[in-house]
Design a protein around this ligand. Structure first.
Ligand code: SAM
Length: 230
């Protein structure tokens, strides 16, 4: 099976978004030289894009398998914080009549901190590289729309599926999006995200299912699929 082909700049982003792609040597450098040098130098210059492309594709295929039962043709999908968009590329390739609206940030923080951020200041993406990845994979630009979280007006739409892996309620508060999600989903829409406080969502959704648990990283999380935001 072929892998997604990330150029060096895309590979840098994938590495920043998914620190598990770092080799033990890169992790050691990050520990020694700190977050600033890792975000601005090590992740830019001391990486092999082929290896990252391969491992990133494997990672995204595994993520796709956790979502398979929620995917079908003709869906309107919303991706919140999709990163460089590898998972969504795989979805658009497999479900040829799906379309995806992305909300993301268009900057890379100088010193990326991985963890909860009350003011949601962290960003680690580049929207033009994201678009390039889709076009490089022969996905027509009529099938996706990219919204800059800080600049654009969010579209009014009825989404069947919302996907936010390790972004919404993992790094920043779900409430930032709750009004938008209430207005732009219906009672059958599925909202999937990773959270560190899943019990809270039992109160605000009618239905909730745990589809993955991550106990390996510093903050332990659950991936939940939710229906009907109260
Ligand atoms: C840890 S990365 C995860 C990327 C991707 N979902 C993945 O699983 O590989 C978190 C992403 O959330 C984005 N982000 C941060 N705040 C955001 C916001 N308010 N809305 C949308 N995306 C946001 C960051 O730019 C970053 O790309």
């Amino acid at each position: 099976m072929t892998h997604l082909n990330l150029n060096k700049k895309m590979a840098q982003l994938a590495l920043l978004q998914r620190i598990e792609l770092a080799s033990p040597f890169q992790k050691k450098l990050r520990k020694i030289f700190g977050r600033y040098l890792f975000s601005n130098f090590i992740s830019k210059h001391l990486i092999g894009s082929k290896k990252i492309s391969r491992n990133y594709t494997i990672l995204m295929r595994n993520e796709l398998s956790t979502l398979k039962k929620f995917l079908s043709e003709n869906q309107n999908i919303l991706s919140i914080g999709g990163g460089i968009g590898g998972l969504e590329t795989l979805i658009m390739k497999e479900f040829q009549s799906s379309n995806i609206t992305f909300v993301e940030k268009n900057y890379i923080s100088k010193k990326i901190k991985y963890g909860w951020d009350d003011i949601n200041s962290e960003g680690y993406n580049n929207l033009s590289l994201m678009k390039d990845l889709f076009l490089d994979n022969n996905i027509s630009d009529s099938r996706f729309k990219i919204i800059d979280f800080n600049r654009d007006i969010f579209p009014k739409k009825n989404f069947d599926l919302v996907i936010s892996l390790y972004s919404l309620d993992y790094h920043y508060d779900f409430n930032i999006y709750s009004d938008y999600l209430k207005k732009n989903t219906n009672k059958n829409s599925i909202i999937v995200f990773d959270t560190i406080r899943y019990q809270y969502f039992e109160k605000i959704f009618e239905e909730i299912e745990i589809i993955k648990e991550n106990n390996n990283s510093v903050h332990k999380s659950k991936r939940i699929a939710c229906k009907s935001l109260k």
